[in-house]
Design a protein around this ligand. Sequence first.
Ligand code: AMP
Length: 394
Amino acid sequence: MTSEHGPSAESSHILAPPAAVGVIGGGQLGRMFIQAAQRLGYEAGVLAATSDAPAAQVASWCVIGPPDHLPALRTFADRALAVTVEFENVSAPAVRWLAKRRLTRPGWRTLWITQNRLREKRFLARRAIPHAPWRPVRDDHELELAVRALGAPLILKTAASGYDGKGQVLVQSADQARTGWISLGRAPAVAEAWVDFAAELSVVVARGGNGQAVTYPVALNTHDRHILDSTLMPAPVGPIVTLEAKTLALAIAQALDTVGVLTVEFFLTAQGSLLVNEIAPRPHNSGHLTIEAAGSSQFEQQARALCGLPLGSSDLLSPAAMVNLLGDLWIRAKGTPRWAAALALDPGVSLHLYGKRTAAPGRKMGHMTVLDPDPEQALTRALAARRALIPLSI
Ligand code: AMP
C-alpha cells in the first residue's frame, strides 16, 4: 500500500513539545484541537479566515487568510512544523504543496477522497465496504438512470462542499428528480437510495504514523434537520454491531492509510446491518464528549498522531452524552440563553461555547456534556440542562 503523505512525514518522526503546530480552519474543531495541543505543550496556531474565528481566539499564533491562498499558506508553513486540518475541503493542491514542506496529516489522498462524495462512494465500492445503493449524477441521462435504478424516495447530494444536510435534497417521486437537481444548481452529485434506518451510529478512530490505531466506543447519534442534535456513548447496541462498526472504521482508516483522526458515520438498518454513510477525515461532533469522558480526547489524539507521539487511551472513564447548542437557542431565548439556570440545574454539566459572536439558525455555537454511569440518564440530564436555557414562558 502506498503511503499518503510526503517525504517529510516519515512514521518515525517525533515532533516534541513545545514545537509549533498549526491547523487549517478557524472553526470549533480547530479551536478544540488547539486547546488540546496547547495542553500537551505545543505552540498551536491556526490559518483562519478572520482574527475572531473560534480557533483564532485561543491560538498561540494566527495567520489570517483563505486556506488555499499561497501567500497565506507560505506564512503558515513558515511557522508551523506540522499541519493538520479541521475540515476536509482544503484544496488538494494546497495540501500537496504543504506536505512537501511540512509534516501534514491527514495527507492529500485521504482529503482528496473524502472531500468528494463521488470519490468516497467509489472508494467504498472498490473496497466492498457496505453502503447505500447510489448512482453518479453528472448529466440528465445519469439522473434518469439513477431514478430508474434506485426508485423513490432518494436523496440527491452534491459531490462537493456538502455538510450538515447542505447541498442535499430529498426526492419523493421520479417527477421531482429534475427539479431537485436544478435546486442543487445541477452540480455533480450522487443519488443515494433512501435508507429507512433504525439508528445512526459513528466510530471515531485515531491512527498513528506507525499504523497503531484505536477506536472510541460506538456513538449513537440523533439529528434534527440533518444536523447532529445529540450523541450518547457507548451506543446501546449489541457486541456484534459494535465489533462490526469498529472493524469497518479501522479498515477504512487503514485503507486510506490515514494518520490522525477519522470518523465513520453509519446507518444501522432495522435488520441490524451497517451501511457507511460518510467518512470525515478529522475529529467529529459525535466525539466531542471524549473531552470529558475518555482518557485522551479525540483532539488530543489528533495532536498526538500529528506529532508522532504514542496515542492515548480511547477507553471511556464513564458513559456520557452530548447535546449541541445551535443558534436557534439564542433566537428562541431572544438573546443570551440562561447559562446560570442550566448549570444550576445540574452541576455535572460541562459547558463548551465556541466564541461565535452571532447566532444563526442551525449554526453550531457550543455543546454540553454530561457523564453518568447510565448513558440514557446522561442524555436525559443533558437535554434537561438544554431545556433550562430557554425561559419557561417562551
Ligand atoms: P450527510 O450529510 O450525508 O451525513 O446527511 C445528513 C443526515 O441526513 C444524515 O445524518 C441522515 O440523518 C440524513 N440522511 C442522509 N442520507 C440519507 C439516506 N440515504 N437515507 C436516509 N437519511 C439520510
